[in-house]
Design a binder for this molecule. Structure first.
Ligand code: TYD
Ligand code: MG
Length: 460
């Protein structure tokens, strides 16, 4: 087979190209392709199965133990859940996120929780001085005797320190400040970031020590973001959240040792982060009930139902180019005209909801604001919208309804035909179309005959 060498990597998406171009062919970002130094001799595959010897002999499937080492559980279940049940020995975990979102804070809390159980943690920082790290730890109540700090950028010295006395956990803050002297390029270049991570991966596997890497998401194309590492590491977690707000979501994007859909919820306060075991309560707590434009939906993140409040604002404007599937469906099926409107949508608490099950709630929140009529109190809206305005069924309806009932909601709009909710204690209203949902949701009749016209249109 001809040897193909990839020589350019996008710092934004990690996509690989054979030739340099001004624009990344994968994610269309500009000026993000960076030369990647490819080594002639393969260094051995880094990966969970990299061990030579024992690993190269076939084993009977039934003789393989299901887990080779116990996970180290942390005090926070929100963290354990995202990790798939705790920290796996020898795993390489990437914690990505925008600068200032709270990655260092989160990992210092994790370090403290490992140290509190009598184990050693090595916190390597290339970004802050040892004094600064101590000050943060103090503020977080994380000043534990078992935490050791190494302010260092040189990968050789970092690896030596880890090997000399293997700790129970290593944190590298951040991978973009580390340089391997054996490679060209400055810290943060694709070559440095990738080769350093690959070497740390091999070390983690060799001595069975878990290593967490901080990776800043950057807008600046000269520094490689965490995406260029996603395929190298075992687990990819992203810390999300609006810096001006409290809530932070730690979201698993990839996990060789667990589900890649889990989230952990935290709140940033004066003394650092706290876990939020009941995020629905936190998200609904801030909700302004019965104002036009808000709708409560029950989204599902991994295994957990999450009640969130969607807020919409419809403004008349002369030059709008908003195009979104939900708006198109509203226009077509309920005869709304958004051609001259700006529509802003947000989720209370500043979190990101990606689930299609929130479609119907989003549509109703827009209708609510457009008509200046609030949705009824205590209503939860669940359903995906199809292009014809049909309300599609969603997974795990029962769990969503239970969560809604647990938080005192009283009535649920759900997709028709779903066999759920009989025992939730909620009043269940099944709807087949967006038009039916709008009729059922708004106590006052809609202003136009649009709903009636739209009602019969649902086709499959
Ligand atoms: P940090 O963990 O340094 O972010 P990152 O490592 O992702 O760049 O935290 C950044 C923000 O968190 C900082 O702007 C201030 C805020 N913060 C608090 O609100 N309370 C605290 O106790 C700490 C340590 C930070
Ligand atoms: Mg930091």
């Amino acid at each position: 087979m001809a040897k193909s060498t990839i020589t350019f990597v996008c710092t934004e998406c990690g996509g690989e190209s054979l030739r340099w171009a001004g624009q990344c062919p994968h994610c269309q970002a500009w000026n993000t392709l960076q030369e990647f130094q490819v080594r002639k001799a393969a260094v051995g595959k880094a990966g969970p199965h990299a061990k030579r010897g024992a690993g190269s002999k076939p084993l009977a499937l039934v003789d393989i133990s299901s887990e080779d080492a116990p996970r180290r559980a942390l005090a926070w279940d929100e963290l354990n859940r995202v990790l798939g049940g705790g920290i796996v020995p020898g795993s390489l975990v990437l914690v990505g996120g925008e600068p200032g979102v709270g990655k260092s804070t989160l990992l210092m809390h994790a370090a403290a929780q490992v140290a509190q159980r009598g184990s050693r943690v090595l916190y390597v920082s290339g970004e802050e001085s040892a004094q600064q790290i101590r000050m943060r730890a103090q503020r977080l109540g994380a000043l534990e005797a078992g935490i050791f700090v190494l302010a260092e950028n040189d990968l050789d010295l970092i690896c030596d320190a880890i090997s000399a006395e293997p700790p129970a956990l290593v944190i590298i803050d951040s991978i973009q400040t580390v340089t391997d002297a054996g490679f060209e390029g400055s810290a943060g270049s694709v070559t440095q970031v990738r080769e350093s991570a690959a070497r740390l991966m091999r070390l983690a596997k060799e001595i069975g020590v878990p290593i967490f890497l901080v990776g800043h998401v950057t807008k600046d194309g000269s520094i490689a973001g965490p995406r260029v590492l996603e395929h190298i590491v075992d687990t990819v977690l992203y810390l999300e959240g609006d810096r001006r707000q409290e809530l932070r979501i730690l979201r698993a994007m990839k996990n060789r040792f667990g589900s890649a859909e889990e989230i952990g919820v935290f709140a940033m306060g004066e003394a650092g982060l706290e876990e939020v075991p009941d995020p629905s309560a936190a998200l609904l707590g801030s909700s302004a009930t019965s104002s036009p434009g808000t709708a409560i939906v029950a989204a599902l993140e991994g295994t957990r139902p999450l009640l969130v409040e969607i807020q919409s604002l419809v403004n008349k404007t002369e030059n709008s180019i908003v195009r979104h599937m939900i708006l198109a469906v509203l226009e077509k099926r309920l005869s709304y005209k958004f051609g001259t409107s700006d529509i802003f949508v947000s989720v209370a608490g500043g979190i990101r909801v990606t689930e299609p099950a929130a479609d119907l709630g989003l549509a109703l929140s827009i209708v609510s604001n457009h008509n200046n009529g609030p949705l009824p109190d205590g209503l939860v809206v669940i359903g995906e919208l199809g292009l014809t305005g049909e309300v599609r069924r969603v997974g795990q309806l029962e769990r969503r309804l239970q969560e809604a009932a647990r938080h005192g909601l009283t009535r649920a709009l759900i997709p028709a035909g779903a066999k759920a909710g009989r025992h939730s204690g909620l009043e269940i209203v099944e709807v087949r179309t967006l038009a039916e949902a709008a009729s059922a949701a708004f106590s006052t009749p809609m202003r136009s005959g649009a709903l009636i016209r739209g009602a019969g249109v649902s086709v499959s």
